[in-house]
Design a protein around this ligand. Structure first.
Ligand SMILES: NC(=O)C1=CN([C@@H]2O[C@H](COP(=O)(O)OP(=O)(O)OC[C@H]3O[C@@H](n4cnc5c(N)ncnc54)[C@H](O)[C@@H]3O)[C@@H](O)[C@H]2O)C=CC1
Ligand SMILES: O=C(O)CCC(=O)C(=O)O
Length: 394
């Protein structure tokens, strides 16, 4: 039974049972995480997978996981609609001073509220989004959905993505500076990586329009906070709205902070958690990889009594070495799939350990021999309970 450690709140117990149990251990087989940092100390030889409920994986040491043969999963697209809707809500709220108007109306005293309201409503004249330009930096799952919605609101939509995308409603510009120069609203929807850290810096703020609003729903570290404060003080742009609060930004004029609300809806949380648990269960039970950030995709029906899974650093004749060992142990290979991602590969090999009557000790020896092949990083042998019982009953 696998040991799963849940960092952050998860309703994992309903999924636990035959395959894994949830346990607070320092040597888990799997870690489930929302936005917290995954401590490097958990990346031990036991750790088969880290499953992130959400898309950003900047709190996980992916390189260490890859070197350790630990698969890392996230949940692409599961919260994209939630973030899109929040960005739209913030855009509308920015255009029309709704909260101030609500507070004002609630504070009106005496009779004739209608007349008082009519007489004071000039204080709350807003703007329309229609005809304004939105600049979206990062045209992934969220950026594309946001672009579609803004286009249908009658906004001009410009954008920038590292690799240009084939999108109907966005005019993709050559550089980030081009987007900044064109947009009334700039929305950051990028992952935090070595390349994107501090992407919005003093130089880039100079390209922004004086009336522009910068919305950061990607990650706090995309923006240089000291530079943002300077730029706002100098009137280089109008307002900074961020989903990632920091002490440096607290009580700064023209800064609005939200408590990381982007994916915080019942629907997004449930979709993300379900996908996280599905990824976990599938990988532990069958070794398949459908969407990982460091392992190649590998899917194969598990219709054999056993399955060998190998994560490896690619080199020529790697499979030959495995085939030689399997053959030496008289283990039949029924089917296999192997895929590459960068310099790493992952293979699923359907085998039958019943034919050569391998004992548990023999099987351990087999795993050890394959693990000692040059390039092998993580070797597992999985047992298929249903195929096994069919086989035994045959
Ligand atoms: N505020 C919140 O609660 C949430 C925040 N996020 C953040 O938003 C980010 C984007 O989320 P999704 O759209 O779902 O992810 P995604 O992976 O679908 O899209 C990211 C896009 O950014 C592009 N990109 C990456 N590096 C780039 C660079 N250096 N320059 C330009 N483009 C670059 C990619 O090509 C991709 O199109 C996440 O990585 C996460 O950090 C995501 C969900 C919720
Ligand atoms: O709300 C969450 O925990 C996840 C949101 C997020 O930042 C992400 O998906 O990257």
């Amino acid at each position: 039974m696998y040991q799963v450690k849940a960092i952050d709140e998860f309703s994992v117990n309903e999924f636990a049972g035959d395959i894994f149990q949830v346990k607070d251990t320092d040597t888990p087989d799997a870690v489930l995480v929302r936005s917290s940092k995954v401590p490097d100390e958990l990346i031990t030889q036991h750790l088969l997978l880290v499953a992130r409920s959400g898309i950003g994986t900047n709190t996980i040491n992916i390189d260490a996981c890859t070197q350790n043969g630990t698969a890392v999963f996230n949940t692409p697209g599961a919260n994209a609609n939630a973030v899109k809707e929040l960005v739209l809500q913030v855009l509308f709220t920015t255009a029309r001073p709704l909260q101030a108007a609500i507070n004002h109306t609630a504070g009106l005293k005496g009779d004739h509220l209608q007349q008082q309201a009519e007489a004071t409503r000039y204080q709350f004249i807003g703007h329309e989004l229609y005809g304004k330009t939105i600049g979206i930096i990062g045209l992934g799952a969220i950026g594309q959905r946001l672009a579609d919605s803004c286009y249908h609101l009658g906004m001009q939509v410009v954008g920038y993505n590292r690799s240009p995308k084939n999108l109907q409603f966005v005019q993709q510009l050559e550089t980030i500076e081009d987007v900044l120069a064109a947009a009334d609203f700039v929305v950051l929807l990028l992952p935090l990586t070595e390349t994107t850290e501090g992407l919005m810096n003093a130089d880039r703020f100079k390209s922004m329009r004086h009336n522009a609003v910068l919305l950061n729903f990607g990650r706090g570290e995309l923006v240089d906070n000291a530079a943002v404060i300077d730029a706002l003080n100098q009137g280089q742009f109008q307002q900074y709205i961020t989903d990632f609060p920091t002490t440096a930004l607290r009580e700064q004029g023209h800064v609005v902070m939200l408590p990381h609300l982007g994916g915080n809806t019942v629907e997004a949380l449930s979709q993300s958690a379900n996908l996280t648990l599905q990824n976990t269960r599938d990988f532990l039970e069958t070794g398949v990889i459908r969407a990982s950030v460091n392992f190649p995709t590998a899917d194969l029906p598990f219709n054999s009594p056993h399955r060998l899974t190998v994560f490896f650093k690619s080199r020529s004749a790697f499979w030959n070495d495995i085939a030689t060992i399997l053959s030496r142990h008289h283990v039949p290979v029924l089917e296999m799939i192997s895929n590459m991602r960068g310099e790493h590969g992952y293979m699923l090999v359907n085998i039958d350990l019943l034919k050569p009557h391998l004992t548990a000790e023999d099987t351990n020896r087999l795993i050890q021999e394959i693990s000692s092949i040059d390039g092998a990083i993580r070797v597992r042998i999985l047992t298929n309970p249903s195929a096994l019982s069919t086989h035994l009953n045959a």
